[in-house]
Ligand binder design. Structure first.
Ligand code: ADP
Ligand code: MG
Length: 325
């Protein structure tokens, strides 16, 4: 059974970057306004995530790493109308099958924090009281120590670091009220955002060049009942390729169909070979989108996809037209 769990977990957790993604979503679900990530060896040796969210109750500490242990699903109907990021109760369980996890957490009402260590979905020894401030700290060590094939498939710690840098950048931009810090252990912060404006955070992370040319996007579609907002560049962004930060219902996703459609709009406005920057947040009726279908499925599909994509194309066209008047 342990082997099967490990294989399944190795499929869910593809590398440090998506362990980080899942844990950041947990911090945000816990209403954290401050998230600090420290890594060693691109997250392979160590990922430590500290938040100031609501914390985990002592009585829930035993089971947090068990499969389907979730505090976010109360009825079966919730499955189709999920508003929080997580609902599967699979992330921590999966990570615990392919790494060593230590959790220290304190809720507002508790006198002290509690600490537990986990492997293979299970708490290793009873949780112990300890000192700590409100919030949760999760330490993930030696990712894939027991999955040699997966560990060998990972070529470079730098590449893994770059991927998790990218994920944290995007969440930091999308959650501008929350401050994010990313550090390599013992080094200065590589990402440090302030609680403030989205544009400031884009500038902070992607550089002044992109933010100088940003135009705001905001549109409410009555027909298909969705909202799109964000910031897009009105000029070539000096990168090697087009950048699209896409969030659907606050979850970072990919849609190559939407990306292609938006690039084709830009083709009419920017010189050939230009690479725009786009940050877009779509809110769609939860029942119409399956962003949570599978943890490894980042390519997203939703109901009325073609119509919604066309509508977003028109929105982009209009803001580009307006700004070029
Ligand atoms: P899910 O997010 O789908 O519920 P996870 O495996 O990601 O499942 O997390 C399991 C549970 O652990 C969550 O439901 C939550 O109760 C708790 N948890 C995990 N991380 C945090 C955190 N940073 N702050 C508070 N609670 C957390
Ligand atoms: Mg989760």
């Amino acid at each position: 059974e342990a082997v099967i769990n490990r294989i399944a977990a190795g499929e869910v957790i593809q590398g440090p970057w998506n362990a980080v993604k899942e844990m950041i979503e947990n911090c945000l679900d816990a209403k954290a306004t401050n998230i600090l990530v420290v890594v060693k060896q691109g997250g392979l040796k160590l990922i430590q995530i500290q938040d100031n969210g609501k914390g985990i109750h002592k009585c829930d500490m035993d089971a947090v790493c068990e499969r389907f242990a979730t505090s976010k699903l109360t009825t079966f109907d919730d499955l189709s109308s999920i508003s929080t990021y997580g609902f599967r109760g699979e992330a921590l369980a999966s990570i615990s099958h392919v790494a060593h996890i230590t959790i220290t957490s304190k809720t507002a009402n508790s006198q002290c924090a509690f600490k537990g260590s986990y492997s293979d979905g299970k708490l290793k020894e009873p949780v112990k009281p300890c000192a700590g401030t409100q919030g949760t700290q999760i330490t993930v060590e030696d990712l894939f120590y027991n999955v040699p094939t997966r560990r060998k498939a990972i070529k470079s710690a730098t590449e893994e670091y770059n991927k998790l840098y990218d994920v944290i950048s995007k969440y930091a931009i999308h959650n501008s009220k929350t401050t994010f810090t990313l550090k390599k252990h013992g080094e200065n912060a590589a990402i440090r955002t302030q609680s403030g404006s989205t544009v400031d955070n884009i500038q902070n992370i992607y550089g002044g060049e992109v933010s100088r040319e940003l135009i705001k996007v905001e549109h409410h579609d009555e027909q298909y009942k969705f909202k799109v907002q964000g910031h897009v560049s009105n000029a070539n962004y000096n990168a090697k390729k087009c950048i699209l930060l896409l969030f659907i219902n606050h979850r970072l996703v990919e849609s190559s169909a939407l990306k292609k459609a938006l690039e084709s709009v830009y083709a009419n406005y920017l010189p050939k070979g230009s690479h725009p920057f786009m940050y877009l947040s779509l809110e769609i009726i939860p029942q119409n989108v399956d962003v949570n279908v599978h943890p490894t499925k980042h390519e997203v599909h939703f109901l009325h996809e073609e119509a919604i994509i066309e509508s977003v194309q028109r929105v982009l066209e209009n803001v580009l037209l307006d700004s070029n008047k």
